[in-house]
Design a protein around this ligand. Structure first.
Ligand code: IMP
Ligand code: MG
Length: 175
């Protein structure tokens, strides 16, 4: 069956919502640096837009690599750090920037790892949330869109490393 893409969230809608999230984050945090901790690779596009929507001078950008998915549409359930930070988070306000929360396994693991590094605060911002899929509960402070249990690609999200460059979020079927 050939792969088909159907737009779920249009590019303009994403842009509007991300700008709103940026304003909300800016208003919530005290003056000073916010560390945006992007989880590679899926959140790179969201990070780029969110960072520009936060209007303060000290927005620090850090990246971590976490792997839980192979060439598959479901989690392998095994999470590991594939790229760690080279800065200390101690005493800093850290906002994890994720593309999508699915089972919650990745973020449960990651928050446990990061709490040990004693940040001043640790919160989660995710573009997408599939609440129906949750196995491991996670507290999310900023959510772009709650979506039904469909496999989506685009705006950073991939299937087997493809489709990340799409400007909209699309449902992928037939792969
Ligand atoms: P979790 O540990 O099950 O919450 O998995 C979260 C990660 O799985 C996300 O950061 C994505 O990389 C990936 N993922 C979950 N659902 C989708 C999807 O619909 N499309 C693409 N990647 C997904
Ligand atoms: Mg991811």
């Amino acid at each position: 069956m050939p792969a088909t893409l159907e737009v779920m969230i249009a590019a303009e809608e994403i842009q509007r919502r991300v700008r709103e999230m940026g304003r909300e984050i800016d208003a919530d945090y005290p003056e000073g640096p916010i560390y945006l901790l992007s989880i590679l690779k899926g959140s790179f596009m969201f990070l780029a837009d969110l960072a520009r929507a936060i209007e303060r001078h000290s927005v620090r950008i850090e990246f971590m690599g976490i792997s839980s998915y192979g060439r598959d549409k479901t989690s392998s359930g095994q999470v590991r750090v594939t790229k760690d930070l080279d800065v200390s988070l101690e005493g800093h306000h850290v906002l994890i920037v994720e593309d999508i929360v699915d089972s919650g396994v990745t973020l449960t693991y990651l928050t446990r790892v990061l709490e040990q590094r004693k940040p001043a605060s640790l919160r989660i911002a995710t573009l997408l949330d599939k609440p129906e899929r949750r196995i491991s509960p996670v507290q999310i402070t900023y959510t772009g869109f709650q979506i039904p249990d469909r496999f989506v690609v685009g705006y950073g999200l991939d299937y087997a490393e493809d489709y990340r460059n799409l400007p909209s979020i699309c449902v992928l079927t037939g792969e």
